[in-house]
Design a protein around this ligand. Structure first.
Ligand code: GLN
Length: 612
């Protein structure tokens, strides 16, 4: 993607600043219990942050490869969950923080390792994968970790051999697990697979992407591929929160507050749900075996930007951005005066809430409580145009609300729904087939409002024959015209009939007359997709010609039903004798009044929307 590099990204500047600062911290010691690890250059330092839309911010040695070590435990655990499900995994590995070092040999009272983030639990987890995948176990682990990273990760043979040759403590742990019947398969194969998974090579950038995949509920934001289920991503992150940093885990939640996992290779991975994944690399470790500089990076980012997962911003009250009824705000539909009067009287029977932002469980509760405060309504319209997300808790509460409305007489309408969008399909799919009951969906709010208006007019009109040929006298433009003047015009107007879906006026045509719609409905549209206004019988169109003769028509007029019109050619008006000049004066005055009325309507819409 093309970017304007002249606009600096503030996050890059922040990372650069903390990088320079933290680089000065030379404390800590590289791991040496795996001989090969003691050879790494302790000065290397890299940071990468992958956003949930797949953009990578990075600085320093962010592409330098190192062995993933214990960070692999989180991903092997997620693979085990994918393979056999949480219940089976839980039979052999707990989910409790141990409060002990990563290589502790202590187990829970029931002989299970405390959790999958310490060596005992991780070896049990890898053994479980081995018992299912047999000789393909390592390839499977390598594959899922590569999918998390979005590229093929390779094995550092030297580190693997070095640990395999010296990992006696892990061997002891594995044999104890076998003795405890936690490992039920070949111990040596399980250990080799475990050592290999720890020796996969990653960079800080890979870790950032892997973290972002967890943060995006299992979908890699760079490759867009789903790697694990939402449920398993949540479970993996949960254990990272409680046990990811060994015996520093409690402090970690307290001070940093997002899921993370460290490895003795010097890496730390972190994930902030829905926002980003973070990867750091710096080999010197503190007493607990966590990268000194990596911890510092996480602490600074978290505290400076207030990113603790418990620190939630946003206010449920912001979920409603506009609230109005149809008494004072209406669709962009021209209606004859009689019908406008009906809407002025009965419009309050329909209420619109425009919703916005990320709607969660409590926002729905708030919206429903606001609805409860209203007098009884026939219609409730919820516009979803500005809603970015509906949480599943919100979805459930909304569903229950719709069910209760079904037993009352209120009809609920959702507007501004993008019918093909995945989000809405998911939500409205789960709300059941709503068009069957009292719920309706509209692609746009104006259409929804228009539909409700039509309904109210039908219901409350005392007129028996709606939409049959209207009386010309009721046309707004002919108001106050004498009977003889009206007859004079009538004789000169041409009656025109149109079928459904016919273009009466094309944008750009010369404006040569005015149409008076006597029956049917037409759409005024700039292009075929977007209707600006719908006109009903009893209104007119093309009336600007009266002020600007010979100008170009500014929009298309298309019939929505069969229509009849009276067409008044401008040249008739031109040829009017002095004695009838009053006609033109009246028409112009009426047109001015009509325009003032439209302007007032627009002001009222703006005013009401601002006043939520
Ligand atoms: N392979 C290492 C071990 O099992 C991983 C430990 C770690 O990174 N904390 O000892």
């Amino acid at each position: 993607m093309k970017r304007n590099s002249l606009i600096p990204l503030p996050l890059d500047i922040f990372l650069k600043n903390i990088y320079g600062n933290i680089l000065l911290n030379k404390s800590g010691k590289t791991a040496d219990y795996i001989p090969e690890l003691s050879r790494v250059n302790p000065n290397q330092f890299g940071i990468a942050l992958a956003s949930s839309d797949g953009y990578i911010h990075e600085i320093g040695d962010s592409l330098q490869e190192f062995t993933i070590q214990s960070i692999s435990k989180a991903f092997a655990y997620s693979l085990a969950l994918e393979l056999v499900g949480e219940k089976e995994v839980n039979k052999i590995i707990g989910v409790e923080p141990s409060g002990e070092a990563f290589n502790s040999i202590r187990f829970q009272n029931d002989n299970r390792p405390f959790n999958p983030m310490i060596n005992a639990g991780a070896i049990a987890c890898t053994a479980l994968i081995c018992s299912i995948e047999k000789s393909k176990a390592f390839k499977k682990i390598q594959k899922i970790m590569s999918d998390f990273a979005g590229r093929n990760l390779s094995l550092d043979e030297k580190v693997f051999k070095s640990e395999n040759a010296t990992g006696d403590r892990n061997r002891a742990i594995a044999w104890l697990l076998k003795n405890n019947k936690i490992i039920k398969t070949n111990v040596e194969q399980s250990l080799v697979t475990y050592f290999k998974q720890c020796s996969l090579l990653v960079s800080a950038r890979d870790l950032a992407t892997m973290g972002a995949t967890l943060a995006c509920n299992g979908i890699n934001p760079v490759t867009k591929k789903r790697v694990i289920s939402v449920e398993n991503a949540l479970k993996t992150m949960s254990i990272m929160v409680s046990s990811g940093m060994y015996d520093y885990s409690g402090e970690w939640v307290y001070r940093v507050g997002f899921p993370a996992k460290s490895g003795v290779g010097g890496g730390i991975i972190a994930a902030l749900p829905s926002q980003f994944g973070l990867g750091t690399f710096s080999p010197p470790l503190d007493r607990q075996g966590n990268s000194v500089r990596g911890i510092e990076v996480c602490k600074r980012i978290s505290s400076y930007y207030n990113l603790h997962i418990l620190e939630i911003e946003g206010n449920i009250k912001d979920s409603i951005v506009a609230s109005y009824n149809l008494q004072n705000i209406r669709s962009s539909t021209e209606r004859k005066e009689k019908n406008i009067k009906i809407l002025e009287k009965f419009g309050a029977k329909a209420h619109v809430y425009e919703l916005a932002g990320s709607i969660n469980f409590m926002s729905v509760d708030y919206i429903v409580r606001r609805l409860q405060e209203l007098d009884e309504k026939e219609f409730i319209i919820l516009s979803m145009r500005k809603v970015s997300q509906l949480s599943s808790g919100a979805d459930k509460l909304l569903d229950a609300f719709i069910q209760t409305l079904n037993s009352l007489s209120t009809k609920i309408i959702f507007s501004d729904i993008e019918f093909n969008s995945q989000t809405w399909n998911k939500i409205f799919g789960s709300l059941g087939n709503m068009e069957d009951n009292k719920t309706r969906l509209f692609e746009n709010n104006n259409e929804a409002i228009r539909w409700v208006e039509d309904f109210l007019i039908q219901k409350y009109s005392t007129d028996e024959k709606v939409n049959i040929n209207e009386n010309l006298k009721e046309q707004f433009l002919f108001k106050a015209l004498s009977n003889s003047d009206l007859d004079f015009l009538k004789e000169r107007m041409i009656e025109k009939k149109f079928k459904k879906n016919v273009k009466i006026i094309s944008k750009g045509d010369e404006a040569d007359g005015i149409y008076f719609l006597q029956s049917g409905k037409v759409d005024i549209a700039i292009n075929l997709q977007k209707s600006l206004t719908t006109l009903n019988a009893g209104t007119c169109f093309g009336e600007f010609a009266l002020i600007e003769p010979k100008s170009k028509r500014s929009a298309n007029v298309i019939t929505l039903t069969e229509c009849t019109c009276f067409y008044l050619p401008l040249k008739i008006l031109d040829s009017i004798q002095q004695s009838r000049k009053k006609i033109i004066e009246t028409l112009l005055k009426n047109l001015a009044l009509l325009l003032i009325k439209r302007l007032k309507d627009c002001n009222s819409i703006i005013n009401n929307i601002l006043d939520r």
